[in-house]
Design a protein. Structure first.
Length: 421
């Protein structure tokens, strides 16, 4: 067993020069003396982490092994000390850059072994850090989030790791990763299916399609079933893959595959609302209900430009580049589904979370003039005085007339929720 150390700046420099020489002469042995040399390496501040020389069948096997080593050493947060991953890359060089039968090694780009690029979208290319960070981020991927990303052999970065890993909006969506694994992962043999890099309907096209969806599609909250149902028709060739091909509940949502041609959120809202109208009441399976819920939320946010219909707030969070927006606003049913309300835009309002809660509990309602009314407890309880600012405020309406709230539904809410609260 060997205690994990770090490579110093001089050690990383020496490692980089070795990689450059190795490209010219593939038979050069790795400079393992750097691992313990006091000039080129130093103790790791994370503690006494013990590792051993061994091989790994896949990226997942390495990630699980090294995570176990860190946890056993008392490291529960993400382990990411400067110089540590370079040290591990050199320590496991036979695993990340194995020699051929002729004794020749091909190290690939420096980024596979050195964390030289400060861009977070490129650092995932490190052959050891990348799999470990994925395992930590998705808690091992219990629902299949990592089946495609971690299925490769350890020395292989792979097309999936490149095209998924460098699109932050897709990587922020567990549903998108699960759907990618279902579509392009081999259900029995593991690894990607043959032809998954096809430019027309393969993984590259899948990532482009999702990355270009309007912001009202919050990928991070969409289920894998919904994402599969959104795909254009030319992706249907991949739907014969095990569970997906056998899933009858996806068939009624074929019309969603026109989404890719829609130019903006208002067009999305119209298309999804038409589909919701045709589908009638909610389906009976949990998966169908989730798809309908995703469609309803996306349609309502699209109709209201992701802004609260009462306060006008449209708080959005974007973490890094290309992640897409995450909106605080929610899609509220005017007549609840539990009381017979439908998943259609005119039975919905975009409301921020606090106002949504107050609306559902009858603390405020919308009158016939589309102005806000408030319950008595708003005035009598000091905790509720914040809501006073909305008394008499006119409701913000969607641009499209067919998406504006149904007056009868608003009256039902005022009588059956607000007045009875």
């Amino acid at each position: 067993m060997q205690t994990v150390r770090i490579l110093t700046a001089s050690g990383i420099g020496e490692f980089g020069r070795y990689l450059a020489r190795l490209r010219r002469n593939g038979s050069l042995p790795p400079p393992v003396a750097l691992l313990t040399d006091a000039v080129h390496s130093a103790p790791c501040v994370l503690g006494n982490i013990a590792v051993e020389p061994r091989s790994f069948a896949s990226r997942r096997e390495f990630a699980e092994y090294i995570d176990g080593r860190f946890v056993e050493g008392g490291v529960t947060a993400d382990a990411d000390e400067d110089g540590m991953w370079e040290w591990l890359s050199l320590y496991y060089f036979d695993a990340v850059c194995p020699a051929s039968r002729a004794g020749v090694r091909k190290p690939g780009a420096d980024g596979r072994h050195l964390l030289e690029n400060p861009d977070a979208r490129r650092r995932h290319r490190h052959l050891l850090r990348g799999p470990y960070m994925l395992l930590r981020r998705y808690s091992g991927g219990p629902n299949g989030e990592l089946d495609l990303l971690l299925s490769y052999a350890l020395p292989v970065h792979g097309i999936a790791a490149t095209h998924l890993g460098e699109r932050m909006r897709v990587m922020a969506s567990p549903g998108a990763l699960i759907a990618a694994s279902r579509l392009y992962g081999h259900p029995k043999a593991g690894g990607p299916r043959r032809g998954y890099s096809n430019d027309e309907n393969g993984l590259r096209a899948y990532c482009r399609f999702l990355n270009n969806l309007p912001d009202c599609f919050e990928l991070s909250s969409l289920s894998a079933d919904t994402i599969i149902a959104l795909l254009p028709e030319h992706f249907s060739a991949w739907l014969n893959n095990g569970e997906v091909g056998q899933e009858p509940s996806l068939q009624p949502f074929d019309g969603m595959r026109k989404i890719g041609a829609l130019p903006d959120s208002q067009s999305v809202a119209r298309h999804l609302n038409d589909l919701l109208e045709k589908l009638g009441t909610r389906g009976t399976t949990e998966r169908r209900m989730k798809i309908r819920s995703d469609m309803f939320r996306t349609a309502v946010l699209g109709a209201y430009d992701s802004r609260c219909a009462i306060s006008g707030l449209g708080i959005a969070h974007t973490q890094g580049m290309e992640t897409g927006c995450h909106f605080e606003v929610e899609a509220a049913h005017i007549i609840p589904v539990s009381r017979g309300g439908r998943d259609v835009v005119y039975n919905g309002l975009a409301l921020n979370r606090t106002i949504h809660w107050a609306f559902d509990h009858g603390m405020l309602w919308i009158d016939d003039d589309l102005r806000v009314g408030l319950a008595e407890e708003v005035d009598t309880n000091p905790r509720n005085h914040w809501l006073r600012q909305f008394r008499g405020r006119r409701l913000r309406k969607p641009a499209c007339a067919q998406h504006r709230p149904n007056r009868e539904a608003l009256r039902w809410h005022a009588l059956n929720v607000a007045r009875s609260a």
